[in-house]
Design a binder for this molecule. Structure first.
Ligand code: OGA
Ligand code: MN
Length: 294
């Protein structure tokens, strides 16, 4: 048995055919999927009516599955099992969230360019997103190739940024969305962490920009200069030539490599239409600064 790999974008993002994700994947077949994942960084599987349990099993082939981040300050009753991040605009009873529900505000932070969980000491290796309900218009997800973006930087710039370390915090991306009203207790729950600014992919050796809207500044630099550098790098790395926009269909499942891509959700009629996706997140093994110092 073997898979078919259909590259969709010249730099990254491929569709995989010939695999049923509702069934166990034999090791030989998984090795082919993993090779495609390492090469293309984002893989799309269409027509995969997976259950949450199927999705957790598939995710587990890539590494340890994180429990989704639950915040004590987000007074909510989770709709999904512990491993699933709820990327939706509905509540546990299946109703559209109220206009002022906190979950809507946090959902909107996904519309900033980012890669998942850089605000955790051990960030995410990859994320797996399964489309359960999709609005009639909008709500696409865009992906950007941070390997290609790094390669396209002038050599001098690559050299200069290579050793830098950035501070990341979930409160930075929330601040960019205009909300800053968090208690000290909330801030203590997810304190800022350090991540390298350029990371090398363990499987391919390719270097990639490791940036996100959670990155606030550069360690050892004046805060405004660091902020400017991060903003400039995000703007550079998300030029249209590095970006692929995915129009979802129900049954699509996408896995992306958080170590070498960024992504963001696009707007849709979120007050009137439902958008329901379930995400699992596979943990990296070590903090990126600690890895670089090994
Ligand atoms: C995510 C995410 C964007 C979207 O699930 O991690 O950022 O389009 N999603 O829903
Ligand atoms: Mn995300």
């Amino acid at each position: 048995m073997s898979i078919t790999v259909l590259p969709i974008h010249p730099l990254f993002f491929a569709e995989i055919r010939g695999v049923d994700l509702t069934r166990p994947i034999p090791p030989g077949l998984f090795a082919e999927i993993e090779a495609a994942f390492n090469e293309h960084a984002v893989l799309l599987f269409r027509d995969q009516p997976v259950t949450d349990a199927d999705q957790v099993v598939f995710s587990g082939y890539f590494g340890p599955v994180f429990a989704a981040t639950r915040y004590s300050w987000r007074d909510e009753r989770p709709r999904l099992r512990a491993e699933m991040a709820d990327i939706s605009n509905i509540d546990h009873a299946g109703r559209l969230l109220a206009g002022d529900d906190q979950r809507r505000l946090h959902g909107r932070a996904n519309q900033l360019w980012h890669t998942d969980n850089t605000f955790k000491h051990i960030p995410a290796r990859c994320s797996i997103l399964s489309a359960r309900e999709i609005p009639s218009h909008g709500g696409d997800t865009e992906f950007a190739d941070m390997r290609a973006a790094f390669d396209a930087l002038p050599e001098e710039r690559r050299h200069k940024i290579d050793p830098l370390i950035a501070e990341h915090s979930i409160y930075r991306s929330r601040e960019l969305m205009g909300f800053t009203d968090f208690s000290d207790a909330a801030r203590m729950e997810l304190p800022p962490v350090r991540q390298v600014l350029v990371r090398q992919h363990p499987a391919t050796g390719r270097k990639a920009l490791y940036i996100a809207s959670h990155a606030s500044h550069i360690i050892g630099w004046p805060e405004d200069e660091g902020r400017q550098l991060i903003e400039a790098l995000i703007a550079f790395a998300t030029q249209s030539r590095f970006v692929h926009r995915h129009r979802w269909r129900v049954g699509d499942l996408i896995i992306w490599d958080n170590r070498c891509t960024m992504h963001r959700g696009r707007p849709y009629a979120e007050m009137t239409e439902r958008r329901v996706l379930h995400r699992t997140t596979v943990s990296d093994e070590i903090n990126t600064v600690e890895r670089a110092n090994l």
